[in-house]
Each structure stands twice: as C-alpha cells, then as structure tokens.
Design a protein around this ligand. Structure first.
Ligand SMILES: CC(C)(COP(=O)(O)OP(=O)(O)OC[C@H]1O[C@@H](n2cnc3c(N)ncnc32)[C@H](O)[C@@H]1OP(=O)(O)O)[C@@H](O)C(=O)NCCC(=O)NCCS
Length: 260
C-alpha cells in the first residue's frame, strides 16, 4: 500500500520545479512539505477528525465502488458535479470496472480507516488530443476542506508532468464553486473561458468555467523562450515545401488560365 512518505517523494520533483517559478524560497518549500507531512502523518485535526488519521492515496480498485457511490450521493458532491442523484450502486460498479481496466483512465482514491473518502480521475485524450489530460474529482462531504482534495490533485499533476509528460491539463468547474476554483488556481490552473447555461442544477441552469494548465517546461508555454522559434521553424518548413513543389501552391494563390 502506498503511504505518505512514498507519495511525498513522488511529489518532490514537481514541487521543486514549482518553487523557483513562483519565487518561493527553499524555506517556504520546506514549510509546505513539513505542514503536509504533519497533516498526513499525525492526523487531520480539523472538524470532527480529532483523533489520529492516516490518509493513503492509492489507485482505484473494483472493491471501491460502494464507497464511491456514497461519495457521489453527498449533497455537496451532487451540487459540484454533473452526477445524477438517481445513479444506482450497480451502475457505479460498472463505471468503476470500466475505469479500472481502461489504460487511458488514471484514477486515484484517498482512503482512511479502510474507507474511500475522495476520488480523482485523469483521462488522457486520444489521437491528436493525446497530449491532454481531463480531470474530475470529488471528496466526501464529511472530509472536505481538510487538504484531501489538494493531495489528490498533486498526485495527478505529478503523474501528468513527470510520468505521462502531458502538455495540457483541463477541467470544467461551476462558476460558483469557489472552493474548487481556489484549489485549482493554487495548482496553477487558469480560467480560460465561461460556458453559459452549461448544466441544470436543482432547476437552474448554471455557468461553468473551463480551466487549463500547461506543463511548466513545455516549449508551447507562452513564457518559454523557444515558443516563437518553434512557430518560425514550422512556417519556414512549409515555405520550403511550396518553393520545392510549385504545383502544390494553394488554388487561391494565383489564378490560372483556363485550358483550351
Ligand atoms: C472541490 C473539492 C474536490 C476540494 O477538495 P477539498 O478536500 O475540500 O479541498 P482542500 O481541503 O484540499 O482545499 C484545497 C483548497 O481549497 C480552498 N478551500 C478549502 N476550503 C475552502 C472553503 N470553505 N472556501 C473556499 N476555499 C476553500 C483552499 O484554498 C485550499 O487550499 P489551502 O488549504 O492551501 O488554502 C471538494 O470540496 C469537493 O469534492 N466538493 C464537492 C464536489 C466538487 O465540487 N467537485 C469538483 C468538481 S469541478
């Protein structure tokens, strides 16, 4: 079973990369690591969770289906996701089974005392969207606001950046879901657009934000120095192709005389 010290080791490359970019000192990084280690090892000491709790982040198992059904029927989770309240436990078992065997679905759960209390999925795109990962997540109502969402998010960001080398991560979030938006912004996601009347919730149509995050080291990142060179190189290459093969010019480039 994966325990926090192993998880923390996996996080460190991501965190070390993030620190200089955000201008954080090593001291701040050490404080961040130590506070999260303390939270996971000593226990979450907020709300009713006063006793020692160990949170384990691990991959999804088929046997988690019943706990996931419970999470997905919590009022706050129904409020923040697109899940229908009528989805049955049998339907959830089938969904979990499909996630477990599909290699494009990377699903992690947060477990405490043998109970799954949080879930996050990273779905890798196909074909020309192979570089994109789509994220969805939920934490059981009784365990929200205690750092579990952030641990789950850091787990998939590490997977995306350092194991799958994805260029782009994206997700949809309701425009009034302040907690989720704050969490995503802390993890370098930016609001890229607004979808009006995106979902029906309790009789009202509500707007969503599209949020995205580029891999911090990717050349297509707007602040990467190679960004312009990449595009110039591509344009040059196309020009050379047209010069070498004049017949391949686009029809609109020069009108041709009609043949007799
Ligand atoms: C959104 C959700 C996944 C976040 O998980 P969580 O475990 O509650 O979040 P965390 O405790 O890790 O908090 C992460 C950040 O959220 C913010 N946050 C936490 N509680 C908050 C609150 N009450 N109000 C506003 N922001 C809050 C904080 O910025 C926190 O980061 P910080 O501790 O560094 O300040 C969880 O609340 C949830 O499942 N909500 C219902 C379903 C949902 O909305 N899913 C997301 C669909 S896009």
């Amino acid at each position: 079973m994966t325990r926090w010290p192993e998880i923390r080791q996996q996080f460190s490359p991501f965190l070390l990369k993030m620190a200089p970019r955000k201008g954080k000192s090593l001291l701040a990084l050490a404080a961040f690591l130590s506070s999260h280690r303390r939270q996971a090892q000593v226990g979450i000491q907020k709300g009713f969770l006063m006793s020692q709790k160990r949170i384990t982040i691990r991959t999804l198992r088929q046997t988690d289906a019943d706990d996931i059904h419970e999470i997905m029927h919590m009022p706050n989770v129904l409020w923040g996701t697109t899940v229908l309240p009528s989805k049955t436990v049998d339907a959830w078992r089938k969904t979990v089974e499909s996630w477990v065997i599909d290699e494009n679905w990377h699903v992690f759960v947060a477990e405490t005392n043998g109970k799954v209390v949080g879930i996050i999925s990273l779905t890798v795109g196909k074909g020309r969207e192979r570089h994109i990962g789509d994220i969805a997540m939920a934490v059981h109502d009784a365990y929200q606001g205690q750092g579990i969402g952030k641990m789950l998010m850091l787990t998939v960001i590490d997977l995306a950046d350092n194991w799958l080398n994805l260029v782009r991560l994206e997700l949809d979030v309701y425009a009034d879901n302040e907690r989720a938006i704050r969490l995503y912004q802390h993890c370098d996601f930016e609001i890229e657009g607004r979808k009006r009347c995106d979902t029906l919730r309790g009789g009202n149509y509500i707007d969503s934000y599209i949020m995205g995050r580029l891999h911090p080291q990717h050349p297509q990142h707007p602040q990467h120095p190679q960004h312009m060179q990449t595009h110039a190189g591509y344009a040059d290459a196309l020009t050379q192709v047209f010069q070498a093969h004049p017949d391949s010019k686009p029809e609109s480039a020069e009108p041709t005389e009609p043949q007799q």
